[in-house]
Design a binder for this molecule. Sequence first.
Ligand code: ZN
Length: 55
Amino acid sequence: MSGKFVKVKCPKCNNEQNIFSKPATVVKCLVCEDVLAKNTGGECSVSATVIQILE
Ligand SMILES: [Zn+2]
């Protein structure tokens, strides 16, 4: 299974957070609990703005 860590910015509160690009579960913003990414049956959907891809 491949995946990357990405730095995203929460669209709601502009909090910057590192998340896994293929999460097994829902990833929420640590500040406002807005959903940043979720796994929808194998397909990962990142709804937050990706500002950097971390290796
Ligand atoms: Zn937020």
